[in-house]
Design a protein. Structure first.
Length: 299
């Protein structure tokens, strides 16, 4: 285990609940908090009902080990309560720079802990101006579902200390994650820089009427021999989150054709957000791509 003892996770959505669960299962005391009471309750419920069982099965843990991990996870009544005594705070709130800056400004005043943002597209250098002692700030990018994608990308804010990066690296390894440090600053880090190109072109194919999402996914799954493909993954992430991430890339893009996807915009406006809403590119909880015969078009 790393030199970290207690961990606070701010934001109990898809990623926040998964990060908190894995951390607690790995032996740490974890406090989870969300500004919305319903989101916090839902995150704690998903942790017990879905995330811990999946992690336990994937890691072949005994029921007693899973129960012990669950006992180390608790919900907090306030952000201040969550971070009290924490050595590491991981933020997993909405993918909007203004929201994140506001959260980190509060965290900076509340705790001397190492501060990590789970942002999948926003470099921590853009958050650093809101943080006192930014040498303790960095990107800590986890992947969903965390029991399948056992990876962690770390990227400094330009002022991150070597000690901060090393502590975060040791922490990632203690969670059983393949952990990589990004050299310098890279929009999208490593994987999401590549994934963004795939995502953009997949949406462009659908926007242009070249093919429907199902055909893109089945060909991808056949070619790369994977159980997930671009549109299934986007549904898993949440199409509102995908839209926010795409907007952050488009904001800094020098390519005039890098514009919002009409298909994605229409679906988000209609509340079709993927798994979280029950409908996205697929109907959930039983999407077509998991049905027998999907790959051959016989589902």
């Amino acid at each position: 285990m790393s030199q970290i003892g207690k961990v606070a996770v701010i934001g109990a959505g898809t990623m926040g609940a998964q990060i908190a669960s894995l951390t607690a299962l790995s032996g740490y005391t974890v406090s989870l908090w969300d500004a919305m009471d319903a989101a916090l309750a839902n995150g704690m419920d998903r942790a017990e009902r879905e995330i811990f069982p999946n992690l336990g099965q994937r890691r072949e843990l005994a029921a007693a080990e899973v129960a012990s991990g669950l006992a180390r996870l608790s919900s907090a009544g306030s952000m201040k309560e969550a971070v009290a005594g924490a050595d590491l705070v991981i933020e997993a709130v909405r993918e909007e720079i203004g929201v994140k800056q506001a959260v980190f400004a509060e965290l900076s005043r509340m705790t001397p802990a190492i501060l990590g943002t789970n942002s999948s597209s926003i470099p921590s250098s853009l958050i650093a101006p809101a943080v006192e002692h930014p040498e303790r700030l960095l990107n800590m990018h986890f992947f969903a579902p965390i029991w399948v994608r056992s990876m962690l990308e770390l990227m400094g804010c330009g002022e991150s200390s070597e000690e901060t990066l090393q502590t975060a690296f040791d922490f990632g390894r203690s969670l059983g994650l393949v952990t990589a440090i990004v050299n310098g600053e890279s929009k999208g880090f490593i994987i999401n820089r590549i994934w963004r190109a795939v995502k953009r072109e997949s949406l462009a194919v659908v926007d242009a009427g070249v093919a429907p999402p199902e055909d893109v996914d089945r060909l991808w799954m056949m070619f790369f021999q994977t159980e997930y493909a671009p549109f299934g993954i986007m549904d898993m992430v949440g199409l509102d989150v995908v839209s926010d991430i795409e907007a952050s890339y488009q904001l800094v893009s020098l390519d005039p054709t890098d514009t919002p996807s009409p298909t994605l915009a229409r679906m988000v406006a209609a509340g079709e957000l993927g798994e979280k809403s029950g409908k996205g590119f697929y109907d959930h909880p039983n999407p077509k791509y998991r049905e027998p015969g999907f790959l051959t078009g016989e589902e």
